[in-house]
Design a protein around this ligand. Structure first.
Ligand code: OMP
Length: 278
């Protein structure tokens, strides 16, 4: 690394989970959760939800993943809350995964990269989820921005939802679509700063060879979608070093009590760590 260059995202990720344990907690302000927390389904309720979640979660979780869609539904006012949420997570010491699932032709991808990964943008986050289904190469501007800034992209490979299988398990001449995405990510991480993570759901066996990836593997689907820490340990055997279970509703439903939320993060993290070490 040249003097003054930022640490790459994989290095920052490893430091974060060494400090706080392997767990990514989602901030997903669903209408039903706002209601359960006694909040109104409007921008005022969203702001309160986000403030409580950030105060309770950011000091304890290694990574926090705000779900952009659930802020976006309130338009510009929702984005203003998201900007504050991103800043608050960073101030609490957690890394931000903006769950925006962006993907477009390269020239437009450049604008998404500026929005989510470049200094000076109010939405700038430590990492962002991206979709490779316009072609892995279409993600180049985001990969470049991440490499240059010490930030990261999480590329959807094998998602947790059942509908993903039709496209993701389709086979080309040599390998499946999802495995080709994994291989492209691994190649980038070994050729330059390790800025590329993957998304592989924790809801079923993935059938992928993940050993060469060299970057974090976000594993959503634990809790509300049925995945357990024991499933994570089994499904991601051989890559425990990189797997990052992600949980949203299962933790958020403990709110709005601050202590109940942070205690649940600690409980789930310890459960995950026990299974991954065992
Ligand atoms: O990229 C993601 O985070 C993601 C990918 C995936 O394959 N499945 C998946 O559930 N997610 C997201 O992870 C979160 C899961 O929420 P819970 O099911 O409440 O834990 C949601 O914000 C989803 O959008």
């Amino acid at each position: 690394m040249s003097a003054g260059a930022p640490a790459d995202f994989a290095t920052r990720y490893r430091a974060a989970v060494a400090d706080r344990g392997r767990l990514c907690v989602g901030i997903d302000p669903h209408p039903g959760l706002l209601d359960a927390w006694g909040l109104t389904d409007d921008v005022d309720g969203l702001r309160r939800f986000a403030d409580i979640a950030v105060a309770a979660l950011a000091p304890v979780a290694a990574l926090i993943k705000p779900q952009v869609a659930l802020f976006e539904r309130f338009g510009s006012a929702g984005f203003a809350v998201l900007e504050q949420t991103i800043a608050g997570i960073g101030a609490g010491g957690a890394l931000v995964v903006a769950d925006a699932k962006r993907g477009d032709i390269g020239s437009t991808m450049d604008a998404y990269a500026s929005a989510w990964l470049r200094d000076g943008s109010p939405l700038c986050s430590d990492s962002v989820t991206v979709s490779p289904y316009l072609g892995f190469g279409s993600l180049d501007p985001a990969v470049r921005a991440a490499q240059e800034t010490g930030r990261g992209v999480f590329v959807l490979a094998r998602t947790s939802n059942p509908e993903g299988a039709a496209v993701q398990t389709a086979r080309g001449e040599r390998t499946s679509v999802a495995q080709a995405i994994v291989d492209a990510a691994a190649e980038l991480n070994h050729a330059g700063p390790a800025a590329v993570g993957l998304v592989v759901g924790a809801t079923r066996a993935h059938g992928l060879d993940l050993e060469a990836v060299g970057g974090p593997i976000l594993a959503p689907g634990v809790g509300a979608q049925g995945g357990t820490p024991a499933d994570v340990a089994r499904i991601f055997a051989g890559v425990h070093e990189w797997v990052l279970p992600a949980v949203s509703r299962e933790i958020l439903r403990r709110g709005p009590d601050h202590a109940a939320l942070s205690d649940e993060v600690a409980r789930m993290r310890d459960d995950v760590e026990a299974h991954l070490r065992g």
